[in-house]
Every structure is written in C-alpha cells, then in structure tokens.
Design a protein around this ligand. Sequence first.
Ligand code: SAH
Ligand code: SF4
Ligand code: F3S
Length: 472
Amino acid sequence: MAELITKEQMAYQRSFIMKLKEENARYAMKNGHVRLALTETYGCQQNENDTERIRGMLREAGFEFTDDSYKADVVIYNTCAVRENAEQKVFGRLGILKHIKEERPNMLIGVCGCMVQQEHITKKIKSVHEHVDLVFGTHALYKMPELLYKAINEKKTVVDIESSDGAIAEDIPIMRDDAKKAWVSVMYGCNNFCSYCIVPYVRGCERSRTPEAVLNEVKALVEDGCSEIALLGQNVNSYGKDLDIEIDFSDLMRMVNDVPGVERIRFMTSHPKDLSDKLILTMAECDKVCKQLHLPFQAGSDKILNQMNRKYTKEEYLAKIEKVKKAIPGISLSTDVIVGFPTEKNEDFEETLDVLRKVEFDNIFSFIYSRREGTPAAKLDFVLTDEEIHTNFNKLLEVQNEISKRKNEAYIGRVEKVLVDGVSKNDKETLSGRCDSSKIVNFKGDKSLIGKYINVKITEAHTWSLNGEIAE
Ligand code: SAH
Ligand code: SF4
Ligand code: F3S
C-alpha cells in the first residue's frame, strides 16, 4: 500500500504557505498591489489536475493570477515529457521569459512536472536557462510552498527532482476553474512500461489512493456544487492492486455512482489488456457512468503491438470492443494511435487503418511517434522515412474524419442532455457544452444557462462538434 506523506510534513508545508502569505501581504502594503502568479500546463489531465493544486497552494499563499508574462511575479510551467514537441514548446517559452526577466529581474521562474523529472532535461535547464529559479519534479509537488519560499528568499536556484516512488500526498490545497466538472485522481504512476513511453519513468510506479480519500473528495466536490466527476489515472483498471483491501476500479466506480448529487462519471485511461468483463458490466449498470469509453489501441499490427509491449493482439482488442458495444449499445468510443513506431512498415500501418474501419471510433487522438531517451524503443531503427510517416498520418486522419462525421450525423434529430460549459470560442452568441458521450454541442442560448444541464435537439453535425437548439 502506498505510503502517505505524513501529516507533520503537510503541516510543515502549510507553514511555508503562511510565510509566503505574510510576505505577500507586506509586499501589497508597500507596493499597493498584490503579487501575481501565472501558471501554464503542457500535459495531460493528470498534469492539469496537478496545476490546479499548484494554483491552490499559490492562492492560499496570497497570490492572485494573471495570464500576462509581463505582469507576473511568479511563473510556473507544469511540463509534459510524452513527446518532443511538448518539450520544445517549454524551451521556446523559457527563451522568451529570459528577455522578460532581463527587464524585470525580480520575476521568479519555476519549471515543474514530468519533463524535469528527467535528469538530462534538468541539466540542460541549469546550463542553458540560468534564469530559471525553481525546478521541481512530479514527486515534489506537495513541497512547492517550501521550495518556492526558498527560491524567493535565498536568491539561488532551488532544484528538487528526487524520486520518492511510492508516496501519496493528500490534502494539498486545490483551485478548480470549473464549478461543475472536476478531475479526481484515483491513482498515480504506471507500471506498464510500453516501450515508447516515458510516463512510468517520470511518474513512478502505480499508487492507488484509498477509496475513502477518493470518496471524501467526491463528496466535498458535490457539496460545492460540482456534478460531473472524471476519475483519472494512467491505467485506472489497475486501481486497488496495491492497496491492502480487496477493491478494484469497478468497485470504486460503483461507490462513486452511489454518491448523491453526482450526475455524470467519466474515467480515463483504460488499458485494453486490463479492461475486465466486470468493468464493462459495471459501466452498463451504473446509471451515472457516461456512455463513453477511451480505449487506446496504439497500433493494429500484432508485430508492432508486441514491440510496443502492449500485451494484447489486434483480435483481442477487437473482441473487447465487440463486448463493450454489445453491453452498452450506442457507446461512444475514442482511442489513441501512434503512427511511425520505429519498426512500422506500410503493411503494419494498414492494420491500424483496419482497426479504425472495424471499430468506427467517434474520435481518435493520433500522434506521430516521438523518440524518448531512456525508453527501449529509442534503440530501434526506423523502417519508414519521415515523409512516408507523414503520408500515413494524413491518411489516418482522412479515414477517421469521414468516420467521425458519419458517427456525428447519426445524432441529428436526437435530444441530448448537455452540461453547458460556457460561450463558444468562435461565436460569443453561442453556448457550448458536452453531451453524455462527451461530444461538443453548440447552440443558441442565454448565458444564464452556463453550468446547467439543458436538453438540446441536434440539428447539424460536423467532424468535431454538433449544433442544436434548445428542446421544448
Ligand atoms: N496512460 C495512457 C496515456 C498515456 S500518454 C494510456 O496508456 O493510454 C497518451 C498517449 O500519448 C498514449 O496513449 C500514446 O498514444 C501517446 N504517446 C505516448 N508516448 C509516445 C511517444 N513516445 N510518441 C508518440 N506518442 C506517444
Ligand atoms: Fe505510457 Fe503505456 Fe503507461 Fe500509458 S500504459 S502511461 S502508454 S506506459
Ligand atoms: Fe501526462 Fe505528459 Fe506527464 S502525458 S503524465 S504530463 S509526460
């Protein structure tokens, strides 16, 4: 069972939040304005959830927030290591901050998260980006108050990227932007070691939170008016394996389903090898669990799947999907796909297209393989050229876009319950929200409907979204 960071340690961190708060109050008295913080997130939902905790700690320490790097006193980038372009973006941003810091030398720059949990990256930051004042990895998140206090007051670069594999920190303050929807991490880390993936190295081994901790968080969220809960983990189906009580993810799902006030439950991510019949049945039986499943298959060729260390075959994957479709008719399916894994040939890629055509996902998240230092796949040689890989990638999108559009067209005429998120990005007169299957639905309506569940009749379908009108 995962160790908890002790109450004493958490209280120690809280003492630094109080010290920062006093400093911030003194600063505001002297300067007539409070110190401002800026946070940016580059990674997945887990990282977003971590950023919510970073903002929670900053808020309790008396900081207010800005989106403007030219106004921020503290900048924290929460980084992702999963693909090279995510890392490049951060280095690019750090380059820009260097110039801003030349004009505003008191600005504090912090980099945290998955990327800096890798030693070679931290070395590069120390040597190339000397203007960075604070570096902390995923395991040191709960220590941010102490580290930030030291970075501000000791005027030297503070680094904490030690791996404290196995520990979980509960009760870190949190600041969520959405009042109605919340992510709740049920477990951390990953033990799967897919050969291309850096996540197990930067997030550590699987650790489950206790059901009490998860349920207490869910109940507190509901009391605050939240009604949609997304249960998070790199592989939620492993939930509970490391706990010393008999419990699995299906059991936890049922417990969350029983919490009064919860209206919708989503979860991600499931690994196909661990998607059990029990979970499929539980999804079908729990009325609040959305009819939606994200089940990454990554590649269609058995040879590639084997080299990826995914531990299932194409046929096994397709058989699981059939079971899911049968148990939960009309379920919306999504997946992750990697194109251009080193040993992938065109004939392997055809198998990936075949899976798309057979399953007919509602949407997919597709990625071009990115070499990650330290992973087993990094040693493999490529068969296809970059150009061939890009051609395949475009082909993948072409095949999927047609399927996505067709799947969306089937919604025309249906009435869908939509949780309204806000006004649409493109048109301020239009509201935007998500239906049960998580598709984006845009419709005309008054702003007062934001945060409410509204029945919307679907009138039009696009590749990425649906349009509709409020149903009578
Ligand atoms: N634990 C989740 C998500 C992991 S990261 C899962 O297993 O599904 C999200 C996605 O990024 C993965 O599903 C995979 O498709 C992609 N990914 C991971 N490593 C990658 C790499 N080296 N290059 C390209 N895509 C990668
Ligand atoms: Fe990475 Fe595989 Fe773990 Fe997902 S299951 S985080 S792809 S190692
Ligand atoms: Fe997520 Fe990226 Fe880390 S995908 S777990 S933020 S490496």
